[in-house]
Design a protein around this ligand. Sequence first.
Ligand SMILES: [Zn+2]
Length: 676
Amino acid sequence: MYWIVFCCIIFILTSKLNSSGSERKLVRWKLNKNPLSRNLKFSLFVAFILWVLLGGYIYYQTNIVNSYWSKTKQQNFRVAYEKRLKKFEYHNQPEISDVNLQVELYPQKNSYTINGTYLLTNNSDTNISDIHIQKLLKEQVKISNITFDIATKPDSTYLDFGYLIYSLEKPLKPKESIAMEFTQKYSVSGLNISDVETKIIKNGTFFNNKDLPTLGYNRKYEISNAKERQQLALAPRKIIAKKSNQNELQNAVNGDDGYKINFEIVIGTDKNQTAIAPGTLVKKWEKDNRSYFHYKMEEPMVNFYSIVSATYEVSKSIWKNKNQENTALEIYYQKGHEYNINRMMESMQMSLDYYTTNFSPYPYQQIRIMEIPRYTQFAQSLPTSIPFSEDLGFMLDIDDTKDVDMAFYITAHELAHQWWGLQVAAANVQGRHMILETLAQYSAIMVLKQKYSKEKIQQFLKKELEIYWEDKGNYESKEKPLIEVENEDHIYYRKGVLVMHALQAYIGEDKVNLALRNFIKDWNLISPSFFQEKYPTTEDLMQYLKEVTPDMYQNTLTDLLEKVTIYDCKILDVICRERNDKNYELRITVGAKKYHILENGTKQVAPLKDWIDIEIYGENADGSSKIIALKEYKLDKNKSSFTILLSEKPSKVSIDPYYKLIEKNTTDNQKQIWFP
Ligand SMILES: [Zn+2]
C-alpha cells in the first residue's frame, strides 16, 4: 500500500512531465515552469499526506509494536550469544524421553498456543544440577509457565537470549527423570515486515519441534559465514566436526535433545481443516466449532516431529507386509492437485516392499504424505509423516515419454529416510549426510529401477552427473571424498547416487543390501537394545561395505567412497565387418585416464586398473535402439582395443553407459558404427 501510494505520487508528477514531452525528462523536470493544474495539485497533496501517514504507521508497527532488527543488531546479538553462552555448549543436560502436547492452532489469526510436557531423563553417568532451556529466538514466540515436578530456582541472567537456567534443588541422578511443563504462544502482532513467517497461515500450517523449547546452547544462532566471523573477530568455526570429536559422536544430526521419545499430541484447528502429527489417530471430534485430532505413537521414535494443518482431500491405500499386517498409506492433498497421487502412492507401496525386504521392517502402522505450500521448497521425513512441498511432487508435470518420474523418485527418497535418519541416525560429524542422504538416494534409485526401464535409469544418472558438475562450481572448498562430506549437496546427493549405483553394479545389489541390513541391525535406535553411546559414522558404515566387497573390487570401493576419483574415457575408434558366417566382428579402441584429487586439491594421475563397461546397441525393425551386448573390461592401459563377436548388426558403441565413472566430458563416450 505504502509503495502503491508512492507510485501514485510519482505517476502524478510524471504525468505532468509526460504531458510536456517524454524526452529529456530529467532536464524538463528542472526547466518546466508550467504550474500543475489545481486538480493535480490537490491529488498530489492527498497522496502525499496518505504516504506520510502510511510511513508513520509502518514505522510504528515495525519499530514499536515489533522491534525491527537491522542486520547490525542481529549480528551483535549473535556475537553476544556465542561469547556469553558458548561455555554451555557441552554442558551436561538430560534428554527428552516423553513428549505430550496440547496444541490449539488458529490458522485464521496466524497464531497458536501449545501446552506441553516433556519428561527429561538423565542418560549420562553423572548428576545433573541444572536445566537449560532455549526459547526459539523469534519475536512472535512467547514462553510462559515453565514448571518442574521438583523444586527449582530460576536464573534469568541470560534472559535476553531467551536462555533460562533452572537450578535443581536436588540433583538429577543417572537414569532419573523429571517432568517439565511449559506454555508456548505464537502470534503476529502488528505488521511483521522484518520477519515474514509462513509457518502458521490460513491454509497450510507446517512447523516442526525445532520451534519448541530446546535444551542447552544452540549452535544455529552463531554466525556461520567465515568472512563475517573474521570481520567480527570471532574464532574460525568448523562447520561440521571431525569424526574424532567425542562430543559430537554422541549427538545425532537431529540434535542432542533426545534420541528416542514416546509421543502423544492433541491438536485443535479450524473446523474444516485436518491436523496431522505422527502416530495413530486415536480420536477425532468437534468442539466449539473446531476440529480436534488425538495422535499417539505406539512405538518409540526419534525426537523429530511436525505439526501440519490444512483443508485436505485424502487418498488412502493399504500396504501389507510379509505377515499380512497392514500399514495405512495416506496422501493428504489440496483439491485440484491430484495429478501425481497415483505415482506417489505406487512409490510408497514399492518402497515399503523393497526397504522391508532388503533393510529392516517398517516400525510403524502408517505413513502419511501431506502437501504443504510452496513457501517450503522441500520434502522432509519425520516418523510416519512426510510433509511434501506442492512444487516437488504434487504439481510436477511429468510426461513419461520424455521425463523421469520425479514424483515417484522423491517419494521413494523420502520413504527411505524412514530407515536412513529415523531408524539409523548419523553422528553429527563429517560424512553424516552420506549415511542419511546418499543411502536414501541409493534406496530410491533401487526402487526406481524396479519400475522403470534401463533407459530411464540412464537418463536419471546422466542428469545427476550433469548437476554434480554444475553445482560443484558453487563451492570454493576442495572436493572431499564422500565419507568426509560436509554440506556439499552435489557430493552427497548427486555423486552419492552415482557411486552407490556403480557399487551395486560392480559387486551386486544383494551384497550392498546385505551390508546395509547388517548396518541397520547393529545401529537401529528404535530397537529396545540400542542405547546411545555414540551414533554411527561413515567409518562404521565402511566396515559393513568392506565386509561384503570381494577382493577384486576393494580398490574400486576405496575409489568410489574414500577417495576423490575422476576419469576421462572415450571411444577412439570402431571398426566392424560382417563375416561370412553372418556374424559381426567389432573392433573397439578406447582411451581411459584416471586421476585422484588430493586433499590439497592437486590432480594426480592414478594407475588404471578399473572395470569399465562397453555397451553395444543395435536397431529394432522399427528403427528404435536396443541393447545387444554389455561387457565389463578391466582396463590397465590408457589405450586398449578389444574384439567382440556379435550375432546381430551393431549400430552404436558406448563406454561407461551407466555413469559408473565420475567424468566431466561424456560427449565422446559414444560412437556410431558406419559400415562401408
Ligand atoms: Zn533426503
